[in-house]
Write a protein that binds this ligand. Structure first.
Ligand code: C6P
Length: 410
């Protein structure tokens, strides 16, 4: 049985206090906490087999290499990649998207071509494409969002055209929480011969994600949002696409043979992993995946839908609080972005922090969409496997206290 109270015991940090109150950690969309099993994996790595991978014939190097490649297989299985070579280890979602914007777009986007994103993209899936568009003389086009904060599929046929080379959208919005209709978007992209990329930063940690079922050509995600350390992430790519791409970075390990004036490239995935990779954190990502698999991703998703529904219902009772995104908890991930009357989100964040509650406040690196909604900043509570209804109750009670406090203060 899925038991968040038992799960909490695996996360040492959840036992600490903040300002004398038990920590209520509701900033999981920014980064998640780490279970003992992941922390222990890192300790074991440094204490037992730390050594460079793919470079040594000695025992430690071979042990490290074996564990690094096992982690790749685990990541591949987690997203149902048909082959481990389709998993490129990178630092994070941002680097994964930049890899595609650099290595793929350089040779595949030309003057007058189109790149399509949505208007709710994180800066990581917008700013790299602005550069590609400017350099290549291409057009960056936007899929609009509905009033409910979901990518509007009625716009697909007009925005995505035969000139479109790539459609890259956020699977789950880190602002509206919407689970976007990505299969439909991908179908339309492929219909016009474009490639289809998903920003999976907020989906892969929270729900089953199957790259074959979604039929995406690229998928980017970050380890630190799914219980692994920061500094390790994944770019999944379809092998047939990856094979035709030039390398992203050049240097050691990505080469097969080097002469003074030229070089040839290593096989996949090494071709895209120049320099010593972050093998320790990759192994820890493998441990995080083991942890999530033991819980079961269907159960993780179910828990967050229930928690989200519970939070939406509680928030609905607060008159001054407006929640962004779909009304139906099944159409959204376990995160709730909101405004609370006239209280500036930063003041609210500070007030809640004094209650031991960590939420994120600001534009969440999605400035243009906030601007479009006429908002400068919002508050966001985001959940994970260890959060409970009791914590939602504490959040709601503290929100009520904040509303009363700031009403009195003004
Ligand atoms: N969003 C948030 O608090 P990195 O930083 O590369 O691991 O992830 C970037 C990123 C890309 N896409 C989406 C949808 C994201 O949510 C994020 C990270 C965090 O919402 C930090 S800004």
């Amino acid at each position: 049985m899925f038991d968040p109270k038992a799960i909490r015991k695996d996360f040492p940090i959840l036992a600490r206090t903040v300002h004398g109150k038990p920590l209520v950690y509701l900033d999981n969309a920014a980064t998640s906490q780490k279970p003992r099993q992941v922390i222990q994996t890192l300790v074991e790595c440094y204490e037992m087999y730390n050594s460079n991978v793919h470079r040594g014939v000695h025992t430690l190097s071979m042990e490290a290499t074996e564990r690094y490649e096992t982690a790749r297989q685990k990541a591949a299985d987690f997203i149902k990649s048909p082959a481990p070579e389709g998993v490129i280890f990178v630092r994070n979602t941002t680097e994964a998207i930049n890899l595609v914007a650099s290595a793929w777009a350089t040779d595949n986007v030309g003057r007058g071509d189109e790149i399509v994103v949505s208007e709710m993209e994180h800066h990581s899936n917008l700013v790299p494409w602005q550069k590609v568009a400017a350099q290549k003389g291409a057009h960056l086009k936007l899929l609009p969002a509905t009033d409910d904060g979901v990518i509007d599929v009625t716009a697909l046929d007009t925005v995505i055209t035969p000139r479109t080379k790539l459609v890259s959208v956020v699977h789950v919005s880190n602002v509206t929480g919407a689970v976007n209709p990505v299969k439909e978007i991908g179908r339309r992209a492929h219909q016009v011969g474009a490639l289809f990329m998903l920003d999976g930063a907020q989906s892969v940690p929270h729900m089953p994600v199957d790259v074959q079922d979604l039929d995406c050509d690229f998928l980017a995600f970050s380890g630190h949002k799914m219980m692994a350390p920061p500094g390790i992430g994944v770019l999944y790519a379809r092998l047939s696409v990856l094979e035709k791409m030039e390398p992203f970075l050049r240097g050691g390990e990505m080469v097969r043979e080097v002469w003074y004036d030229h070089a040839t490239w290593n096989d996949l995935p090494n071709k895209f992993e120049a320099g010593t990779p972050n093998f320790t954190d990759a192994v820890a990502l493998g441990a995080a995946i083991d942890y999530l698999n033991a819980l079961g991703m269907d159960a993780v998703r179910q828990h967050e839908v229930e928690l989200g529904a519970y939070a939406l219902k509680a928030f609905a009772q607060l008159e001054e609080v407006d929640v962004l995104g779909p009304k139906d908890a099944r159409q959204r991930a376990g995160l709730v972005t909101f405004t609370a009357g006239d209280i500036h989100p930063h003041d609210l964040g500070t007030f809640l922090d004094h209650e031991g509650i960590a939420i994120r406040t600001g534009h969440h690196c999605v400035m243009p969409y906030h601007r479009k909604l006429g908002l400068v900043a919002t508050g966001r509570a985001s959940f994970y496997v260890y959060n409970t209804n009791d914590e939602v109750d504490l959040l709601v009670q503290s929100l009520k206290n904040a509303l009363a406090y700031f009403a009195h203060a003004s």
